[in-house]
Design a protein around this ligand. Structure first.
Ligand code: BJW
Length: 263
């Protein structure tokens, strides 16, 4: 409780905050985390093996079907109290950048302004041709098994999910924006990530090296623990709203020396 109150005080005084999120923030919306065991027809597959260019080339129907199943599931999900608390932080702190590894759109639907998506989106399919331009996919398939991917209307190549698979480069603009924000923030809040996938897992470390306070929200320990100033053990939908209400509902002292913010 003391840790929550002192972290809330820090947040209330901060001018630049980065909220860095992973699959755990969407778990309480019913979206399984990346490293949860797959269920149903997908139970005999391994997500780390499906999320690769090699898997798509070997069996496009299988991989497209898996992403369509996930896309339909996310489309039915609603943002939870954790996503709403992140949007509330954005409304209260002068400069907030939300950096997410998630391919869902729950931050946007909770009211976050312009989250940086490091690993792409389930809702931005693209052509597998060299230019990788966006492709229109109108129908939302809701199957539970292999589905043939559509063909690009312009070039006839297969359409692939607009996500970043293992071995692929992250979108340069997104990675640069995340590093830039992390290097300048007072507080970085890392929420619901296992911190094992690089280069995304470098983002909290960039902030720590630049002198920011690192606050972690996760029910489980992670490899980021040794770098965190505070680890709040709990779920995103429990801890983040409690932090917001302790920071701005007057239950903690919010005046005092502001945390330094390099301009
Ligand atoms: C809760 C909760 C609740 C539960 N509340 N919390 C350096 C060292 C070693 C390896 C590498 C390295 N650099 C690069 C690599 C290789 C590789 C990598 O990192 N491998 C590691 C696995 C070892 N990285 C790459 O290949 C990257 N590309 C690259 O490096 O390219 C180089 C290149 C340069 C130039 C040209 C060409 C190439 C790409 C990585 C892309 C990752 N993509 C994925 C899939 C996206 C699409 C999809 O979703 O299918 O992104 S992998 C997957 O992991 C997904 C996630 O965004 C990402 C991170 O997972 P996340 O979000 O942390 O989820 P989980 O499930 O791991 O953890 C959930 C957490 O939530 C847990 O801690 C729970 O406790 C917690 N939790 N409930 C709060 N209610």
């Amino acid at each position: 409780m003391d840790e929550l109150r002192s972290t809330a005080g820090l947040l209330a005084r901060a001018r630049r905050v980065v909220v860095f999120t992973g699959a755990g923030i969407s778990a309480e919306s019913g979206v399984p985390t990346f490293r949860d065991d797959l269920t149903g027809l997908w139970a005999r597959f391994d997500a780390e093996q499906l999320a690769t260019p090699e898997a798509f080339h070997a069996d496009p129907d299988l991989v497209w079907g898996w992403y369509e199943w996930r896309r339909a599931r996310v489309a039915r999900a609603v943002p939870n109290a954790g996503h709403l608390a992140v949007a509330a932080i954005e409304a209260r702190v002068p400069h907030v950048v939300v950096v997410t590894q998630n391919v869902d759109d729950l931050h946007e639907r909770a009211g976050s302004r312009d989250p940086v998506h490091l690993h792409g989106s389930l809702f931005a399919p693209r052509c597998i041709g060299a230019s990788g331009h966006p492709a229109q996919v109108t129908a939302l398939a809701d199957g539970d098994g292999p589905i043939p991917p559509p063909r690009c209307a312009e070039c006839g190549w297969l359409v692939r999910p607009g996500v970043v698979w293992f071995g692929e480069a992250l979108p340069e603009d997104a990675l640069n924006a995340a590093v830039h924000a992390a290097a300048r923030c007072d507080v970085l809040l890392t929420v619901g990530t296992s911190g094992v996938v690089y280069p995304a897992a470098e983002i909290p470390l960039v902030a720590a090296r630049a002198g920011a306070t690192l606050v972690q929200v996760n029910p489980e320990p992670t490899p980021l623990d040794p770098f965190c100033d505070v680890s709040l053990r709990g779920t995103a939908a429990q801890v983040l709203p409690a932090l917001v209400s302790a920071a701005w509902d007057g239950s903690v002292q919010t005046s005092g020396t502001p945390v330094s913010a390099p301009e």
